[in-house]
Design a binder for this molecule. Sequence first.
Ligand SMILES: Cc1cc2nc3c(=O)[nH]c(=O)nc-3n(C[C@H](O)[C@H](O)[C@H](O)COP(=O)(O)O)c2cc1C
Ligand code: SF4
Length: 427
Amino acid sequence: MEKRILFKYIDDPDQIHIDTYIKHGGYRAWEKALKSMQPAQVIDEAKKSGLRGRGGAGFPAGMKWSFVPKDSPKPRYLICNADESEPGTCKDRVLMEQDPHGVVEGMAIAAYAIGSHLAFCYVRGEFVKPATLMEQAIREAYDKKMLGRNIFGTGYDLDMVVHTGGGAYICGEETALLNSLEGERGMSRIRPPFPAIEGLYACPTVVNNVETLAAVPHVINNGGDWYASMGTEKSKGTKIFSLSGHVKKPGNYEVEMGTPLSYLINELGGGPLDGHKIKAIIPGGSSTPFLLPEQIDVPLDYESIAAAGSMLGSGAVIVMDERTCMVWVIERLIHFYRHESCGKCTPCREGTGWLEQMISRIEKGEGKPGDLEKIDSICDNILGRTICPLGDAAVMPIQSALKLFRDEFQYHIDHKKCLVKSEFEFK
Ligand SMILES: Cc1cc2nc3c(=O)[nH]c(=O)nc-3n(C[C@H](O)[C@H](O)[C@H](O)COP(=O)(O)O)c2cc1C
Ligand code: SF4
C-alpha cells in the first residue's frame, strides 16, 4: 500500500497556494518550532525520528544538524539540494512542483534548528517550473510574514532564496554545489573540512535533500516517535521511490521503508510489460549495482538493499526486461558519468574517458580479447580513489554488470554482435 505522508495532498492542484497549504495544516510545524521549541529540541526530535537523508547517502538528518558549531561567530547557512540529476530520480521535482510550501516549511525549520538566517534552495538548471513554483511559494510565505523579519512575533529572522544551477550533475554533490553557489566552477572540494564546519563562504552549512526537508514538518507536527514508528529498525518513515523502465505504471510512489521491492514493481507499478520477464533492476539510481529478478522480494530499506549487494541511494528503481542489452546500458551510463566528471581528480577524469572508449568499442562490435580484464583493472583503480563519490558511482554499475552479465560483454567481443535479440529499440 502507498503510505502518503509527503504526498498526502500531491494530487490537489491548489496545494501550491499558501492558503490551501495552510488549510491542510501547513506552517503549523514552523509556528510550533519557533514559538515553543528551542533549536536543540528541534534537533532532538529529528534525531528521535530516525529521519535519514534522502539525497542518497542516508545520513541521519538530526545528527548532521548537530554538527554545526553552536558558538561559531560566523553566519550559518541551510541549503536545500534540489539539483536532482541522478538518472532515474524524479521525486524532488514533484515535491517542488506540487507541494512547494512543504519544502519551504521544512527548510525554515531546519534553518532554525541550526541557527541560520539565510537559506538557499539550489535548483537544477533545467528545472524551470520547480524553480518558479518555489519562488512563488517563498514570495507567498514572505507576504504572510512566515519568512522575513520577526516571524510569528518571535524576533527570529529568516530569508530564503532560490538559486538555479547550470545543469551539471556534479553540482548535486554537496561541495560542488557550494562552489557553484559561490559563483565558482562546480567542482568538488576535498573533505575535511566538512560543510557543517566550513561550507558556503567558509561558514557552517547544512545541505539537505528536498525530500529530507519535506519530511521535517511532519516530524515536528507529529513527533519523532510517530515518524520512527514507521519503517524498519534502522530505516524509519516513508520514502518516495521513482519507478521507471519496463513496468506498466511508472511513477513516483511513497511507501513505508521496508516495503518489498516486488510490491513496488508488481502492485504499484503494475508489473513488467505484457509478455516479458524482468532481467535486472537498479534499485537506487543509476549509480547503484544491479539486482537480479530473484532478489525482487528484498525490502526497500537501506540495510536490506545493502545486504542484497546494492544501495537504496536516491530511491530511483529502474526495471529492465529481457530485451535489454546490458552492454548498451553500461555504455549509456559511462557516457553520462564521463560527461559529468568535473575533471578535478585523475582516476575519475581519465578513467571514465578510458572506460567510455572501451565500452563503446565493445558495444559496436569492435572489442578485443583482454578488454574486460582491462576494464576490471581501470574500475579497481577508480573505486575509492577519488575526491568525491562520482568516481565510485561511475564504476559500481560497471563492476556489477561485469559480474552478473559478463557473458553478454564477452559475446559482443567474440561475435561482434549482440547476444540479446532486441525487438525493442531503446535508442
Ligand atoms: C555526484 C553526486 C551527485 C549528487 N546529486 C545529488 C542531488 O542531485 N540531490 C541530492 O539531494 N543529493 C545529491 N548528492 C548527495 C549530496 O552530496 C548530499 O549528500 C545530499 O544533498 C545531502 O542531503 P541529505 O543528507 O538530505 O541526503 C549527490 C552526490 C554525488 C556524489
Ligand atoms: S571523482 Fe570525478 S567528479 Fe568527483 S572530484 Fe574527482 S573528477 Fe570530480
